[in-house]
Design a protein around this ligand. Sequence first.
Ligand code: ZN
Length: 511
Amino acid sequence: MKAGLHGRKSRYVKAGLHGRKSRVVDEGVDALSIETQLDRGHKWATVEGYDVAAEYTENVSAWTGKARPQIDRAMDDLIAGRIDVLWCYALDRFTRRGARMILEIMDQPASVRPWIIFDHEQMNTRNDAYRLPLIMLAEMALQYSDRLSKNVRSTFHRMRESGDWTGRAPYGTRVRAGTRKLEPDPDTWPHIMEAYTAVGAGVSLRAVAVMFNERGVPSPRGTEWASRTLWAMIHHPAYEGLQVAYDGGKPYAYRDAHGHTVRAFADDAEALPADLVRAARTALSGRSFDMQGKRGTASAELTGTMHCQGCGGPMARTGKAYRCSRHIRGVHCPNPATVQAHHVEPMVREAFLAYVTALDPADPDDLDTWAEIATRWKLHTDPTIVADNREATRAVTDLEKRLRRLRDDREAGLYDDDPADYARRVRDLQDALKDARDNAGDTGVVNLPDFAGMEYEELSTGLMRVSTAERRALLSSAIAGVIVNRAPRGTQRFDPDRVRIVLVSGEDIRR
Ligand SMILES: [Zn+2]
């Protein structure tokens, strides 16, 4: 027994306090903060001389219509006797079940009825006189909540129509302070630009993901970059500056009542250029297989390296084995091969390690092989180089063509009256060609990859520590292909002789 503040004797009562957070919206909800609500509850408990044994706070607003498990927990505690009385800030914060919940409580005999205090209404469940007012107020609160929910939804609709951004700003953008318009986020927008540019230049999503991961570029969710993240990014209308709506969680460009798209970027904020967006999406539309529904296949260690001896086609990893892709797709293969991943993958790793560690970075005889490995490795580690290279190579071809045309023209007698002009033109083109060739990396210098000259142990450990994608890139830098023969009918045991490993030097490893 203990005395209350006002000297009243009161038995030991464990009280629970319930409050619900609400948000201030345009319609002007009475949105007393949860702290203020609970403060009031604590004051009440002090005055009554009760101990506060639990606080139940709902984080979800009334109008979202979501389940509020805290009130259920409070009711459970009340019924189980963990608390004797539940204090609630207000009836309209208490339940979304309206009169039904109050009826369930008030219909019980007074002696066992859950004891709930509604502070704002100055009513409680112990007094039968409050039965009808509580039922009515609960039902009114429910209707108000429903109406509010509708108001909020139409507010969202109006905002969307006007191009105001209502959700979280997509990666690479931010909501401009004091407005509801998007603008590029200077920290992350460059990654968006880079991804679109690379993909538009023909770099695969996977290669971009590998590049971003290796550079430690922060990803939207703080996890590793993956093809599907980039795929979604390339298709997100917000980067064109457009307002979005969602269909099954997938964003699409929102259109207003007149069928027009709505700008979500601030007027002076620069979204991605339309041709950049188009180039990236067009590049992807040609190879959507890169990301959709084939995660297991695309991420396998030897994807792209394995070939079926029966048809010469690729093998895909499905489940625990690599199988002839054509056969899987129902295309005819005279001898579809299958091999368990746990048999073939260690073999290929072993071949890679033995081969690469036997090459000497200082031996001129090995230089050609290193050049080949370095190029293949580069393709995986820095796809921008590939894109740049493609550009540079195109420039070389272009200049060679022009030089040929110039010579043809002279053959045809076009420069007979001005040989000096011809000489000047040839010289210009040859200079340009030399620059272009330098630019394309035709310099004859081999930049060795990081793993050149590593000891077996070191490279072996490294190989197993990197991600599957990186391991695939490493292996395929030195292994040109792995060709698998079909197992003879009826054989159970794996025969390593079915596997042929071809190195980039053209050598062929057979056990
Ligand atoms: Zn096949």
